[in-house]
Ligand binder design. Structure first.
Ligand code: NAG
Ligand code: NAG
Ligand code: NAG
Length: 428
């Protein structure tokens, strides 16, 4: 009995001791909370003794006896974490007094969060322990990214997507050597992709899509040796893709639609064996589809619609066993379609060759009547001009939407990390 009570007493003493915080750090935390959220009276409890959702405290690794606690993670916006109040602003100076912060999330939750507004404070740079910084989906967060961001040397994940940031992509991001994920998508960044980004040897995911970036893709990006996901869609990028991109041997997703590229497709892409999804639609690509694309054994999706591609469809594409979505519509392709019945049946509505008046299918094939395709010999005009009878109608696009939304779901899961993805990132 006596022993039990002592143990209980000891435990409660320990837990009180466990909540000890440096007064300056505690005050800084409360000022951050008060600047961002009015969900409760933050001063009414002892933060690290009973942390609220979104707050994480960890004991100081160097203080054994005192068990001093530090704030290591702050997460706002997505329930059950504190929501941002209507007048929420970056509590700039307070951040510099949270030296042990490893993760900071400030996300607009569309349902419950009025908004966070302002520019990114240069004081963020003092968070030297920060590994994860997410300031995403806050349309009122605007202005330029402070150059001092290059000082966040511990950063592993940086997500500034879906804000209203402008100005250049800071070249100093290239100094963040631990970075594994960089997402600046859906902002208004302009100017070129800085060549310095090529030094991020640990980067796995780079998403710069839906900005106003111009110039060509820098050759230095072939130094991103760990890259698995590259998204540059919806920008003003132009010119040749660097041949060295074929050194990105881990690359699985190359998503680069809607850019005024206006060049031939690079045959070197065929050497990236792990590529699963290649989306290069709407980009003014000319010339023929490189034969080397027939070596992409992992390819599941190839979107090349709405370009200026000419010549034959490489026969090698028909041997890609994993392919399930192929869109070559609205180009100037011609000649006989190289796909056999098995391929046509497997892709079904996920194959779109429409809008290529010069394409046709050989008469001899059993599939011709099944899919209602015009014959190469039949009307003697290499496929015919009428969309309804020619090979231009090999497969109707009417039900393509199903496949597209499925594949978009995969893509958007990668483009717009959910809270659970972010949690995974934290565990890395
Ligand atoms: C992109 O740049 C153009 C020209 O400078 C400008 O008119 C347009 O508003 C910009 N778009 C965005 C989303 O910032
Ligand atoms: C395709 O080529 C035609 C003629 O060569 C040109 O007028 C047109 O602008 C090109 N389209 C694209 C999207 O580059
Ligand atoms: C192919 O692309 C065109 C043009 O963007 C689109 O209308 C069509 O639905 C797509 N088809 C498939 C099967 O994805």
């Amino acid at each position: 009995m006596q022993a039990t009570v002592s143990v209980a007493l000891l435990l409660s003493l320990l837990s009180v001791a466990a909540a000890a915080m440096d007064p300056a750090e505690r005050e800084a935390l409360l000022r951050v909370m008060e600047a961002v959220s009015s969900d409760r009276d933050w001063r009414s409890s002892d933060p690290c003794a009973a942390p609220w959702p979104g707050l994480e405290c960890k004991p100081d690794p160097s203080s054994s006896a005192a068990r001093l606690m530090h704030v290591t993670r702050l997460d706002f916006g997505v329930p059950p974490n504190p929501s941002c109040k209507p007048t929420a602003a970056f509590p700039s100076h307070a951040f510099s007094a949270l030296p042990h912060l490893q993760s900071l999330f400030l996300q607009l939750s569309v349902r419950s969060n009025p908004s966070l507004s302002g520019t990114l404070p240069p004081q963020l740079a003092s968070l030297r322990s920060l590994q994860v910084l997410t300031i995403a989906q806050n349309p009122l967060v605007r202005g330029e990214v402070p150059r001092a961001i290059g000082e966040l040397q511990s950063l592993v994940h940086l997500d500034l997507s879906y804000n209203s940031l402008t100005g250049p992509v800071p070249a100093r991001l290239g100094e963040l050597k631990s970075l594994a994920g960089l997402d600046l998508s859906y902002n208004s960044f302009s100017g070129p992709i800085p060549r310095e980004l090529g030094g991020l040897a640990r980067l796995q995911k780079l998403d710069l899509s839906s900005n106003n970036l111009t110039g060509s893709v820098p050759a230095s990006l072939s130094g991103l040796k760990s890259l698995t996901f590259l998204a540059l869609s919806n920008n003003g990028l132009s010119g040749r893709l660097p041949a060295g991109l074929s050194r990105l041997q881990d690359l699985q997703y190359l998503i680069m639609e809607n850019n005024p590229m206006g060049v031939p497709l690079p045959p070197e892409l065929g050497a990236i064996a792990r590529l699963q999804e290649v989306r290069l639609a709407n980009s003014g690509y000319s010339g023929s589809i490189p034969e080397t694309f027939g070596q992409l054994a992992s390819l599941t999706t190839l979107s090349l619609q709405n370009n200026n591609l000419t010549g034959r469809i490489p026969a090698g594409l028909s041997r890609l066993k994993r392919m399930y979505h192929l869109n070559l519509s609205k180009n100037g392709l011609d000649g006989a379609v190289p796909f056999d019945g098995a391929f046509l049946r497997r892709l079904g509505r996920n194959l779109d060759l429409s809008g290529n008046p010069g394409l046709c299918v050989d008469d001899d094939r059993a599939v011709v009547k099944d899919v209602g395709v015009g014959s190469c010999r039949g009307n003697g005009n290499g496929g015919g001009k009428d969309d309804d009878t020619s090979a231009a109608a090999v497969v109707r696009a009417t039900r393509g939407d199903v496949a597209r939304s499925k594949s978009d779901a995969v893509c958007s899961a990668l483009l717009r990390p959910s809270a659970s993805v972010l949690l995974c990132c934290l565990l890395l």
